[in-house]
Design a protein. Structure first.
Lengths: 460, 96
């Protein structure tokens, strides 16, 4: 049976099912038979890779039948992807900044800048603008892609209290923006040959599994090339899967990063797994001296003094997901139906990207992938397209390139498929692969990949 | 009634193209765009895949799926079932 014939039968079947269910056949909504199509309202909250992609594809696939309003804190978004190249001066923050208002205008959707809160009872999104005024948005569906927030140690909060992101003594720089510029400034001020950079990695899950190790490589490369020496100490809270090999604590691309840490950067990088950050300290502000106190796997405590202390705190979903009461007590991410990303607490609030709970990694590329599955599910739930067949299960992919030096990069990829038995997106082991070695070709492909990902996501 | 639904279905198919084929092709193909660019049109060194013949795309993907090469596209090809590869290839071939 050819595809057109099969489609026709499926559409006919849908019409019959809709009629039997006592609701108007979907087909009338496109205006083919009757006028006055139903227009469904979707409010997308979040300006990152997940939110920007879902806003675009809801409009693309829903057309006039879906009215999309895209809400984000600011009218621009700075990509964390490629932001480690700000540290070595190969990228500027401006080159990684995307205008959400411009994208919305191109796509024919409304953009609203402000801080959002969801009133699930009233089915309203309340957006508070910088000037204190409010916009109220009613909805049929909300798609929430709020990204991450942090559980920050009290000592880190105290060290940074009252200081703007661009001047913090202890930045995370794990959301792109002023903190990344701050981290670059701190690295630039490190002394020649004797500087110490400490990177603290939280327990998984965290945003971008290879990202911290990538950052360690980029900084080690700067120390080696520009500073003619220095040290990068990595305190990784994760434990080795093989106790005899500490590098099995690395959360992604173990081959690539263990080779870099023992080879090209062997005289610079010290990798310490099972290292739980207990306390941080600072004297002298942004460019002063910092200390990190960690508990090691053998129970001992180590205090490390350094010029730069880059702490990635424990991750959790963005605050709005907690405020909307979508996360069970004791959990940090939103449980969802992994076919549609509908929250298990409210089927009309879908949660994609880093804030949702699944085995898919937390990262921009896969958030784009999840966003398309979510947009497709919503358009089908609205009846604009027929329901998925049993064979049409969601499939997503994660792929990324990581700079290893100023001229080389590695890559990592893996796919996920929905398993109806476990009701989870499950890793497809045969599709898991990482680069055999960093290369200049991979570095070129990294820039090409990012440009296409930015174009698909932010309509540039 | 059957005739009504049938003609409505035809109208919807006409309206829906090229945004979404009624099968899974549009969604599956969109999963290529992160690397290959929106609607399969790349801005740089990665191949444009829009508008290639369905048999070329399907043949390339099948070949990569079956070879053991350590390569990002070979790994990506192993994500999909044969039916999914056909749906992707058929959809991409319709893009201009």
């Amino acid at each position: 049976m050819d595809i057109k014939r099969r489609n026709l039968l499926r559409f006919a079947g849908l019409g019959a099912a809709a009629t039997a269910a006592g609701i108007a056949p979907t087909l009338t909504r496109v205006g083919a038979v009757e006028a006055a199509p139903v227009v469904r309202k979707v409010v997308v909250i979040g300006g990152g890779f997940g939110g920007s992609t879902v806003a675009k594809y809801l409009k693309l696939w829903g057309q006039a039948q879906v009215e999309v309003t895209h809400v984000s804190l600011a009218s621009t978004y700075v990509s964390p992807i490629l932001s480690n190249l700000v540290l070595n001066g190969q990228k500027s923050l401006a080159s990684l900044t995307f205008n959400l208002q411009t994208a919305a205008t191109k796509l024919g959707i409304r953009f609203v800048a402000g801080s959002a809160a969801i009133d699930r009872g009233a089915r309203l999104v309340r957006v508070t603008h910088d000037n204190g005024t409010e916009t109220l948005l009613d909805y049929d569906k909300v798609v929430l892609s709020p990204g991450i927030a942090f559980n920050t140690l009290p000592s880190m909060l105290a060290a940074n209290r009252g200081i703007a992101g661009g001047k913090l003594p202890i930045p995370h720089a794990w959301q792109a923006g002023p903190q990344v510029g701050n981290l670059k400034a701190q690295i630039d001020r490190m002394p020649s040959s004797s500087g110490v950079f400490v990177l603290c990695i939280p327990k998984a899950p965290y945003r971008c599994p290879p990202g911290p190790y990538e950052r360690a490589c980029v900084v080690a490369d700067i120390l080696k090339r520009v500073k003619r020496g220095g040290r990068v100490v990595i305190f990784d809270a994760n434990a080795p899967t093989n106790p005899a090999d500490k590098y099995t604590a690395i959360q992604a691309e173990q081959h690539t990063f263990s080779t870099a840490f023992t080879g090209a950067y062997g005289s610079i990088v010290e990798y310490v797994p099972n290292a739980t950050l207990l306390e941080v300290g600072t004297t002298g502000g942004q460019f002063g001296t910092k200390t990190a106190r960690v508990r090691l796997g053998d129970g001992s405590v180590r205090t490390q003094t350094c010029n730069v202390l880059n702490v990635l705190p424990e991750h959790k979903a963005g605050a709005i997901a907690f405020a909307a009461d979508l996360i069970p007590v004791g959990q940090r991410f939103v449980p969802v139906d992994q076919q549609s990303y509908a929250s298990l607490a409210d089927p009309d609030i879908h949660v994609i990207g880093d804030a949702h709970d699944s085995k898919q990694p937390k990262a921009g590329h896969v958030a784009n992938s999840e966003a398309k599955v979510c947009a497709d599910a919503i358009v089908r739930e609205f009846g604009i397209l027929p329901p998925r067949t049993a064979e049409e299960v969601p499939v997503t992919n994660s792929a990324c390139y990581s700079p290893i030096s100023s001229t080389t990069a590695s890559w990592l990829t893996v796919g996920f498929r929905y398993d109806p038995v476990s009701r989870q997106m499950v890793r497809i082991d045969a599709s898991l692969a990482e680069a055999e070695q960093p290369s200049g070709d991979n570095y070129k492909m990294m820039l090409a990949w990012a440009n296409n990902l930015f174009a698909d996501t932010f309509s540039v | 009634m059957t005739g009504y639904r049938y003609s409505a279905a035809l109208a919807l198919l006409a309206l829906a193209a090229p945004y979404a084929a009624a099968d899974n092709g549009a969604l599956l193909a969109s999963q290529c765009y992160q690397c290959h660019g929106p609607n399969g049109r790349s801005k740089g060194e990665i191949d444009t895949i829009a508008g290639k013949s369905a048999s070329d795309i399907y043949g390339d993907m099948r070949e990569m799926q079956q070879k053991p090469d350590v390569d990002i596209m070979h790994a990506q090809a192993r994500i999909y079932t044969d039916a999914e590869l056909r749906a992707i290839a058929n959809y991409l071939a319709t893009l201009r």
